[in-house]
Design a protein. Structure first.
Length: 240
């Protein structure tokens, strides 16, 4: 591993009015060995906001297929050793990549997530979320009923995708939850308790507009991986 491995920041974009802020926050990173890959997932609006940044990003257009398909497309185009995901309506704090990568190097980690800020539609911070757990078994127990990991706080070594595959494009709203549960079967998910992401809560966000579908999708994921999580919990508790 080089002293400064490249990090590929993949930004899926679909008709989002905040895309310019997301790109600007990626460009403002204090860590300089990055590439910014914007995957336009069939947008029909707000594409003009990309124009000032076209020389500083790698831009790809594809027909609409959902966030998982856009992320996977970006990963296949990436040339970095690490993957980071940034939603078009969120922002990174300037030290995000630098501090998270340093943490992962210290921990010998291939996958990590962080605490994060809430921001409103205007970009003002309204709170913060810290997701510390008493231990691995507590973390696994929480995953039985929900996903405490904010996908845009995650950084993953590209080797992980070689081992477990990419995002499941059939899981339109829970592709992240599904991937994390596959990942935990082979790797540890480390947590950095620093707010390095600004997660925007606004009226047109998918989490609000598709909540019922998300809940149904989560039940499918929990049924699929429940036994695996319970096995991990038993292992942590020393139960045979």
């Amino acid at each position: 591993m080089t002293d400064k491995p490249k990090v590929s920041i993949v930004i899926p974009f679909y008709n989002c009015e905040y895309i310019d802020q997301a790109i600007a926050s990626a460009l403002a990173q204090t860590y300089d060995n990055i590439e910014i890959i914007v995957v336009d997932d069939g947008s029909t609006e707000y594409q003009h906001l990309l124009e000032p940044y076209k020389d500083a990003i790698r831009y790809y257009y594809k027909p609409n297929g959902g966030t998982a398909s856009a992320l996977n497309y970006g990963i296949t185009k990436a040339t970095g050793q690490y993957f980071a995901w940034l939603s078009a309506d969120d922002r990174y704090v300037p030290e995000k990549i630098e501090r998270q990568l340093a943490f992962m190097n210290r921990a010998g980690s291939v996958a990590s997530h962080t605490a994060y800020y809430y921001i409103d539609a205007g970009g003002g911070r309204t709170g913060e979320v810290h997701v510390e757990f008493a231990g691995k078994s507590h973390f696994y127990e929480t995953l039985l009923s929900g996903c405490p990991i904010n996908g845009c706080s995650v950084m993953v070594h590209m080797y992980v995708f070689e081992r477990i595959g990419l995002f499941d494009e059939n899981r339109r709203y829970t592709h992240d939850y599904d991937l994390w549960l596959r990942l935990l079967q082979f790797f540890e998910f480390h947590y950095l308790n620093e707010c390095l992401l600004e997660y925007r809560v606004h009226g047109t966000m998918g989490t609000l507009n598709h909540w019922d579908e998300i809940q149904q999708d989560m039940l499918v994921i929990q049924a699929k991986y429940g036994d695996i999580l319970r096995t991990l919990i038993a292992k942590e508790r020393g139960i045979r």
